[in-house]
Design a protein around this ligand. Structure first.
Ligand code: RNT
Ligand code: ZN
Length: 417
């Protein structure tokens, strides 16, 4: 039985020509790929107590209870997924392999190191995405990987990325769900370089080597992620927006748009309709930029809403892959995952509930006054009641009831670590 609040909301939306039932059906089918690295501050399991180093990224905070083992990370993720409405995915970095206590270098990773993740995902009904890890490694310590001037170092990272794609393809084949493998490299410099062209020419050539082997796109899709700057990497980023846009168009790769990788006043939402004209797909790293970089927990803010409005309005959700990317170590990490994912889902729901027909009609009739009025009206529609109903139907706690479960988990599990 629907609640009174939902019935009221349904009628309010219906008066504007919006079908809440169809929005709820669609929302239930849209997976979000949860980034494994929120659970342990981007440490990974290559060795005990591994921590993030370099790469121009940083997880700040030292909230107690972080996952220190594979089993703990899975335990936390199971809690997280149990609090999320809908069917989702996991996004894994290569440093999170099941290495059985042995040191396996990045260029030597194999499918077997990820078999237990594949099994776990199959068991949980999750899709799995993948990433090479081109940071936190001695051969990345000087800030360059695929564009490194030393051929041997470059080859090491090429080999790592090739291994990662092969694992991606195995993941996709074994799970029967396409794996998106996203290449992000930290290559950048703190101070003004003289030679901006050299590293970019080397990166283009290295990427050609990485992608040389054709893989079945039903198993693995290649994505490439651009960036503007990072910490200690303020003056020059090899893989800039222009670089990867050019590469993605020329080689028909999926373009990864991280919401925090652009000038702060640039609209990331506006980029989608341009990108989709020229690249086969777009991977979203939904994130929240605060002054520098992108890594705050996603909230239901205007920028996030605008991105999802463009996702839905594009009518091309079959080639938009939604992932999250943030790492906050200053609050309960399980809550960070849950709050951020649910915020992204709410933004998606808000976009699915736009009075799209009325807006299009007003615009096509040249009635920009009505268009503005409709946009303003939409802002105060009862989104929350529809969201709560979604949670109720999906059998997960709505509202702050989620936090009760997280607090209990913190007390019983996290605080005991
Ligand atoms: C870094 C990129 C990249 C990473 C992850 C860990 O600025 O956003 O996506 O956050 O690969
Ligand atoms: Zn990212």
């Amino acid at each position: 039985m629907a609640t009174n609040a939902y019935t009221f909301a349904r009628d309010t939306y219906a008066a504007l020509g919006v079908d809440t039932e169809s929005a709820l059906r669609r929302l239930a089918r849209i997976p979000i790929s949860l980034h494994c690295w929120q659970g342990d501050d981007v440490g990974g399991f290559e060795k005990p107590d591994a921590t993030l180093s370099g790469g121009g990224i940083q997880a700040t905070g030292n909230y107690p209870g972080k996952a220190r083992t594979l089993a703990q990370l899975r335990q936390d993720l199971e809690k997280v997924y149990s609090l999320l409405p809908g069917q989702h995915r996991l996004n894994l970095h290569a440093i999170y392999g099941d290495f059985g206590g042995k040191l396996v270098d990045r260029d030597a990773i194999e499918v077997r190191h990820f078999q237990s993740w594949i099994d776990w995902c199959a068991d949980q009904g999750l899709g799995l995405d993948f990433n090479p890890t081109c940071f936190s490694h001695p051969l990345a310590a000087d800030g360059f990987t695929l564009s490194h001037p030393d051929k041997k170092v470059r080859q090491f990272w090429i080999d790592h990325c090739i291994a990662t794609r092969r694992i991606g393809a195995a993941i996709g084949r074994k799970l029967g769900k396409t794996c998106v493998t996203n290449v992000w490299i930290p290559d950048a410099s703190k101070d003004t370089p003289f030679d901006r062209a050299g590293p970019r020419a080397r990166l283009a050539e290295a990427l050609d080597a990485v992608f040389a082997q054709k893989l079945n796109p039903r198993h693995n899709l290649d994505a490439i992620e651009s960036k503007l700057f990072g910490i200690g990497a303020e003056s020059y980023t090899v893989g800039s927006h222009e670089f990867y846009l050019g590469y993605a168009v020329q080689h028909q790769k999926v373009y990864c748009l991280d919401a925090g990788h652009f000038h702060p006043t640039e609209s990331v939402a506006d980029k989608l309709s341009s990108l989709l004209q020229f690249v086969p797909g777009v991977l979203l790293h939904v994130s929240r930029g605060v002054r520098w970089d992108s890594d705050h927990v996603v909230i239901l803010d205007d920028q996030t809403r605008a991105i999802f409005e463009e996702v839905v309005r594009s009518g091309q959700m079959d080639r938009i892959y939604i992932g999250l990317d943030y790492f906050d170590a200053s609050i309960n990490r399980v809550a960070a995952w849950v709050i951020g994912t649910r915020a992204a889902q709410k933004a998606l729901l808000a976009a699915l509930l736009e009075p799209a027909k009325a807006l299009r009609q007003a615009e096509q009739a040249g009635d920009n006054t009505l268009r503005l009025a409709l946009f303003e009206e939409a802002r105060t529609l009862p989104l929350g009641a529809v969201w709560d109903e979604f949670c109720r139907r999906q059998d997960v706690p709505a509202g702050l009831a989620c936090m009760d479960e997280i607090k209990a988990y913190e007390r019983d599990v996290l605080a005991q670590r």
